[in-house]
Design a protein around this ligand. Sequence first.
Ligand code: ADP
Ligand code: MG
Length: 257
Amino acid sequence: MTRTIAIANQKGGVGKTTTTVNLGAALVERGRRVLAVDLDPQASLTLALGHDADALPRTIYSAMMAAMKGEEASLADVLQPTEAGLDLLPASIELSQAELDLTREPLGIYALRDSLNGFADGYDYILLDCPPSLGILTANALAAAAEVVIPLQADYLALKGVDLLLRTIGKIQKRANTTLKVRGIVLTMADLRTLHAREVVEAARETFGQTVPVFDTIIHANVRLKEAPLIGQSILAYATDSPGAQGYRALAQEIEL
Ligand code: ADP
Ligand code: MG
């Protein structure tokens, strides 16, 4: 069975792309076959996995547009291997055009789901790296996924945005994807030496713990996580014993429980 997981939070800079790369690499380390899909026109995931978005012949954009027109979406032409061991469906800035095109289509929310249809079978996990907005691209991810993982920066202001995201997920659950589940909130960039971060971890467990699971694993602030994407590597390869690598291994283990 393929597990399709949307990594979503409309706030930018909370660790979505970092989580997609390194959770994916940690699942690969556990022997799983993982496909990562870049749904951000800024193409950070594509870059972090070592590909130059401007040099790619095809991106997820063409597959989604084909699916929307009811044509065969040939994802095999879009697929790129990565050094981190995940397969990648890359993005480029042309995906920003999809936001316009898909919003105009009555069934534009299903473009990704339809394009992945039949292609998913070869994978244990499909990780969908969402853009920092609640627009049609994130809606496509939520319509295609079975589960949502919400990275949340261990910071008070970041807590505020989660309600809006949970409301959006609620709407999708009512209409486009009734079986969608929030798998959990993962606290990221936590510096537990500070009282502030420890308080935010407490507050997140109190505020959301009743309605939405909060992962036991906390991803600590670790500068190695910033360095790895510059050379297109996962943290597991770049700094295999770092707190960042250990954090994402623990998260992968918790996801597989
Ligand atoms: P998003 O995809 O939500 O916009 P990113 O994953 O791109 O967020 O992370 C934003 C920035 O923070 C990047 O520069 C990334 O390298 C850095 N970062 C992410 N997680 C951590 C962490 N645990 N510790 C330190 N820096 C991090
Ligand atoms: Mg990102």
